[in-house]
Design a protein around this ligand. Structure first.
Ligand SMILES: [Zn+2]
Length: 307
């Protein structure tokens, strides 16, 4: 895969021109539910006309309440049906407020305090934001699959599933690629935690463990491979080294950016790990840009189906 292709295709799926301006500033939407809803609708229907989230047909009838019905497939839906933002019990202004707090990287506890919502409500809504980010990555289809287990979180277009147990032979491995100031975090097909233990024991691939995070020295085109393990793994076989692995030795900019954040991942399960990795990739690659409105647009995107 050429570097150019990756860079171009990894850009946000929704071009910036599709993201409407917020003339009074984004903050003016955070405490005004009517304006916040209008803004989110403008992201959901960029041309201004409603369309069916199931078949894309543009003729829809308005029913009582908030409901709409497709003239073609007869599907009855609400404005945010089938979209990431439909996963969570937040009002439009609360959603946008949450997005702005997420951009500031506040903790779940800080967010819950500011929004006056329960921990679980905030946590679930954050999961929807992270899925929305991941769904806009070039490798989304590969990631929302049985190879990572992320597919088990989705039932149709709803985030309702639960995580499955992961073992040494099912925990996926991710590779860090650095190109032109950008980072790409790939799922490495055919590799599991077991593979890296095997390479470590038999081919001396350097492994470093910090909490449940395990990463390697350079491997082929990757600056490092990594996985998030659990307590079932034989960490005791990992040897100690005097020399740091490549990614620590070169003081890689992404790795420095990621490490402080990854430390907070200690409580993170191997099931949820790819969500956090793709969040890091997105934040790093857009570190000099404003991501607030892009995230709002991502949340309003349709959950791709079938995954
Ligand atoms: Zn339809």
């Amino acid at each position: 895969m050429s570097t150019t292709t990756r860079v171009v295709t990894n850009m946000p799926v929704i071009p910036p021109s599709y993201i409407p301006e917020t003339p009074d500033g984004f903050d003016s939407l955070l405490h005004d539910d009517v304006k916040a809803r209008e803004y989110l609708l403008s992201l959901s229907w960029p041309t201004g006309d409603a369309f069916c989230p199931r078949c894309g047909h543009r003729k829809v009838y308005t029913l009582s309440g908030d409901r709409l019905r497709c003239a073609s497939c007869k599907y009855t839906f609400q404005p945010f049906s089938g979209r990431w933002i439909n996963n969570g019990a937040l009002s439009p202004s609360e959603w946008l407020h949450l997005v702005s707090l997420f951009v500031q990287e506040q903790s779940v506890h800080q967010m819950k305090k500011q929004l006056k919502l329960s921990y679980n409500t905030v946590y679930k809504a954050l999961t929807a934001i992270r899925f929305a980010i991941l769904a806009h990555a070039i490798d989304a289809r590969q990631l929302i699959s049985s190879a990572t287990g992320l597919n088990s979180y989705l039932k149709g277009n709803r985030l309702t599933g639960g995580p499955r147990e992961m073992r040494m032979d099912t925990i996926p491995v991710y590779g860090i690629l650095r190109r032109d100031g950008l980072v790409f975090i790939d799922l490495v097909p055919g590799f599991q935690a077991e593979t890296l233990f095997h390479f470590h024991m038999n081919f001396h691939l350097k492994l470093i463990r910090t909490g449940n995070l395990v990463y390697t020295d350079r491997y082929k085109e990757y600056d490092a491979l990594m996985f998030c393990g659990n307590e079932s793994l034989p960490y005791e076989v990992i040897r100690r080294y005097d020399e740091p692995p490549h990614i620590d030795a070169v003081e890689d900019e992404f790795w420095n950016f990621a490490q402080s954040r990854i430390k907070r991942f200690r409580g993170i399960s191997c099931q949820r790990f790819p969500l956090y990795l793709k969040e890091l990739e997105f934040r790093f690659n857009n570190r000099s840009k404003s991501i607030t409105e892009v995230l709002a647009a991502y949340l309003c995107a349709l959950v791709p189906s079938p995954l």
